[in-house]
Design a protein around this ligand. Structure first.
Ligand code: ADP
Length: 875
């Protein structure tokens, strides 16, 4: 039969099946059975066993309670949930076994321990509900108190874009969610998926109003209410308390921001580099020089959500301009900002009740800077800064309370005293005096006894077990007066004694100390609760500080990097003079980056067809145009001499080979999937970058696809979007003049003695050569290979034969038969294109391009089947 303790364990575990249960026994958290096996594996703990009343011992492992947080962090970072089971009644009054229950569940989406990694990032928890053809999405960061909701038509790509943008750590879904959606979510997100019964586990409208006030809730549609209710319920269920920093529910409309899908975000390297997945090498790496964590999170949000309303963009730009033009003023402002701690997260700790006195001093020191900042803002002219001036609450009352009540250097633990300032509370003062007098009395006693006994080394000491004692070394035993002291403890070299009066004073001192500690704690809680009432005001000031920091940083970056204020238009014109790539120019440094102009409009320069050899700088140029546009729309100055930017609703990129081998799709498949997504979702206001579309398949296929994509974009009346199209198919340059809006550009190279030099300049007109062999030479391919490639190229170029398979055979034969003696076959006849041979060519290419390693056995069978069908047709 189970022991009573284990019965209690099982009763609790029953409700927390998806968590690892930390079960508090004395000074340890113990884990049992499957939880113990997981924890011992993941945390490298020794797995032991414990009698549990069953035949087999229960597998068990444990961690010291005081060191729990690092173990919890490790488990949560690996995607586990941890339920903390504690004693919930006072053991001294408990009858039988002490009652235990879960006091908190820590999950990836609710884990708020700050670390360097998440200081400048939000930790988001997201909830998704699909109902009646719409998605409802609610998100919250419980450490900052942010809580937002939106709803939109059930378009899967929109949902996936939103998930990529928000990048939540945990996503709540209904347990009956469609498996195919779940699969797609997991392809774009690493978040832990938590399945719940969201129709039952939900806060109703009254509860929402109770939490957020009626104004927040009344205008929400039903789905938004529902998804907010489900998210809030989960927060209650895990936190087991009402977090007061979550007090505002905001509805946001996803169409208020520029749409950038997950691929495009990655390709443009907005917040992390493509290869290393690090902040270094990304746009945020260049732009984020924020002074505060709140500013760091704000600028990340701005980069992730560029604006699309001209007025709003101009408002931010105007603010940046003012700070840009007043560099010293901005510098002063930044000195103040640097002194400000993460108010949002301190507020989070206040509502979570785990704030300490040192945090409150950080809060006080931060609030201390607000009047200075407000005085700065009072001098500003731009609307955005004036607005912030009006909204910034200096929180004088909160500061006064903290300054009067908390010591400048209080202890970290709130249960050890040394928190409250002298003069704040009379009782604290009198207890402190009593304690002090006691200590003075003890010092006097020490002197008196030294004199009386003549023992100079006699000292009065204190330890937690014996309290105060008189210590006399062995050498002086003989000088101890008979009957004066009571012996208490014998050490190797000394003897410890007490006296009656010493013990009486000890009681007084310790009594005062004990009272003081509990009084200081109670006062601390009172102060914390008083501040908790002001959380909405604290959050408002924190938000303004974050945004002000972001704005001021943009001004600083603009100054340091020689950026210019862009003009914003809505006429579809993108006109950039001497534009630069913000990240590449930093990486190569020394002013070596070659600037380039860009002219895009809705008429003759709608689709720029960019040709040029590999490595010439085509992708860099295209990304540069997109990044300059995006930077303008977040309100930033841009790396250029002059820029006039049309507001774009969406930016799409199809750049480079993003193989999805794990997903079982070949490069070409991924490429086509991305292109199809762009063609379906772009509008006339979008900016589209297409790099080497069609490269992943045979020449004919590739060329045809690229051609028809250009036609489609240019002629489809719903598209006609501004497009940059890089290609190595020179044939496409013929489209200029034949398709409206297509304009040829190329990257200039110069040829010196058979070598090429990249000039990095974009010039009008198509490139006449691909210089592939020259690039290969630069890359260090052996000379023999280069020479032979030149031979083959010249044969191909001199031939009228378009059938490459035939030509390859001929060139090969020619080589075998010692080409010098043989007349070239290619010039002899005017070869007629034969449809059958193209088909064969295509089939051979299909087989050659099969990436067997990326196919599942079933897919391989299907491919084989298709190939045999094609081959039979050609027989
Ligand atoms: P492509 O797309 O034509 O193959 P990339 O855009 O990848 O070429 O550019 C290749 C390299 O050339 C880049 O990594 C960068 O270092 C350098 N580069 C590109 N554009 C410029 C420029 N405008 N000025 C200086 N260096 C450049």
């Amino acid at each position: 039969m189970l022991t009573p303790m284990m019965r209690q364990y099982f009763e609790i575990k029953e409700n927390y099946k998806d968590c690892i249960l930390f079960f508090r026994l004395g000074d340890f958290y113990e884990m049992f059975f499957e939880d113990a096996k997981i924890a011992s594996r993941e945390l490298e703990l020794v797995l032991t066993g414990r009698d549990c009343g069953l035949e087999e011992r229960a597998p068990m492992c444990g961690i010291p309670f005081h060191a729990a947080s690092s173990y919890i962090a490790r488990l949560v970072n690996k995607g586990y949930k941890v339920a903390i089971g504690e004693q919930v009644e006072d053991p001294s009054v408990a009858k039988g076994i002490v009652k235990r229950d879960v006091i908190k569940v820590i999950t990836p989406g609710t884990f708020i321990e700050s670390s360097e990694d998440n200081e400048y990032k939000n930790t988001y928890l997201m909830c998704i509900i699909e109902e009646n053809g719409s998605f409802g999405v609610a998100i919250s960061d419980i450490s900052t108190g942010e809580f937002k909701v939106t709803s939109f038509n059930s378009i899967k790509s929109t949902l996936l874009d939103e998930i990529t943008k928000v990048n939540p750590k945990e996503i709540l879904v209904d347990e009956k969610i469609n498996e195919s959606i779940l699969e797609e979510i997991s392809t774009v997100s690493q978040a832990l998926i938590t399945k719940r019964n969201l129709s039952k586990e939900i806060c109703n409208e009254d509860e929402l109003i109770n939490k957020f006030s009626e104004v927040c809730i009344v205008n929400l549609n039903d789905l938004s209410k529902k998804v907010s209710g489900a998210l809030l319920k989960y927060i209650y269920d895990t936190q087991k308390m009402n977090l007061t920093n979550i007090n505002l529910l905001e509805y946001y409309d996803i169409v208020n921001y520029m749409t950038i899908d997950g691929n495009s975000r990655r390709n443009l390297e907005l917040t992390e580099s493509l290869k290393e997945k690090s902040k270094k090498g990304s746009l945020i790496w260049v732009l984020d020089k924020t002074a505060t964590s709140m500013g760091g999170r704000a600028i990340r949000k701005w980069i992730e959500e560029p604006l699309i309303v001209k007025k709003e963009i101009e408002k931010r730009l105007e603010g940046v301009e003012e700070l840009f033009n007043n560099g010293y003023f901005n510098e002063d402002l930044r000195l103040l900002l640097k002194e400000i701690y993460d108010i949002e997260r301190i507020v989070g700790k206040i509502s979570n009740k785990n704030v300490n006195a040192k945090d409150l001093i950080s809060l006080r020191n931060s609030i201390d800077k607000l009047p200075g900042i407000k005085a700065h803002l009072s001098k500003s002219n731009s609307n955005i800064l004036k607005e912030w001036f009006n909204e910034l609450d200096e929180l004088i009352d909160v500061k006064t309370l903290l300054s009067n009540s908390i010591l400048d250097d209080p202890s970290i633990s709130v249960k050890e005293g040394n928190i409250i300032r002298d003069g704040y509370n009379e009782e604290v003062d009198s207890l402190r005096t009593a304690k002090l007098h006691g200590k003075e009395w003890i010092a006097a006693l020490e002197n008196r006894e030294r004199e009386f006994t003549g023992i100079k080394s006699l000292k009065v000491g204190y330890n937690k077990v014996f309290g105060y004692y008189i210590e006399i070394s062995k050498a002086n035993y003989s000088s101890i007066p008979e009957g004066r002291y009571i012996r208490k403890q014998t050490l190797a070299n000394a003897e410890r004694f007490i006296t009656q009066e010493l013990k009486e004073m000890e009681d007084k001192i310790l009594g005062a100390e004990e009272k003081l500690i509990s009084l200081e704690y109670n006062l601390f809680v009172e102060i914390r609760e008083a501040i908790e009432k002001e959380i909405p005001r604290l959050k408002q000031s924190a938000r303004i500080i974050g945004n002000l920091d972001a704005l001021s940083t943009l001004a600083l970056i603009a100054l340091e990097n020689d950026y210019v204020k862009p003009s914003i238009n809505e006429e579809g014109i993108i006109d950039i003079k001497e534009g630069r790539h913000p990240v590449v120019e930093k990486v190569i440094g020394n002013g070596e980056f070659v600037s380039n102009d860009t002219k895009l409009n809705t008429k003759d320069n709608r689709l720029l067809l960019i040709t040029g050899p590999n490595m010439a700088g085509k992708s860099t140029y295209m990304r540069q145009v997109a990044l300059i546009t995006l930077m303008a729309q977040i309100g930033s100055f841009v790396p250029a001499k002059e820029a006039n930017i049309s507001v774009c609703d969406k930016i799409f990129t199809r750049i480079g080979a993003s193989d999805d081998l794990a997903g079982g799709k070949s490069t070409f498949m991924v490429e086509m999937w991305e292109v199809s997504n762009i063609l379906k979702n772009a509008t006339s206001k979008s900016l589209v970058l297409l790099d080497e579309v069609g490269r992943g398949t045979s020449t004919y296929d590739g060329l045809s696809i690229a051609w028809s994509v250009i036609e489609y974009i240019s002629n489809n009346k719903n598209l006609k979007c501004k497009t940059l199209f890089a290609t190595h198919y020179h044939e496409l340059t013929k489209l200029e003049g034949n398709i409206e809006g297509v304009k040829n550009y190329s990257v200039a190279v110069s040829e010196v003695d058979d070598n090429i030099i990249f000039l990095r300049k974009i010039i009008e007109g198509g490139a006449d050569q691909s210089y592939g062999i020259e690039v290969a030479k630069l890359a260090g391919l052996p000379k023999d290979v280069i020479d032979r490639a030149k031979e083959i190229l010249s044969s191909l170029e001199n031939s009228n034969n378009d059938n490459h398979v035939e030509i390859i055979k001929e060139v090969a034969a020619e080589k075998e038969e010692k080409p010098k003696n043989k007349k070239s076959v290619f010039k002899e006849e005017n070869y007629q294109l034969d449809f059958g041979s193209i088909e064969k060519d295509n089939l051979i290419n299909t087989i050659a391009n099969l990436d067997i390693m990326s196919l599942t056995p079933m897919e391989a069978m299907n491919e084989l089947y298709k190939i045999t069908i094609e081959a039979k047709k050609l027989k």
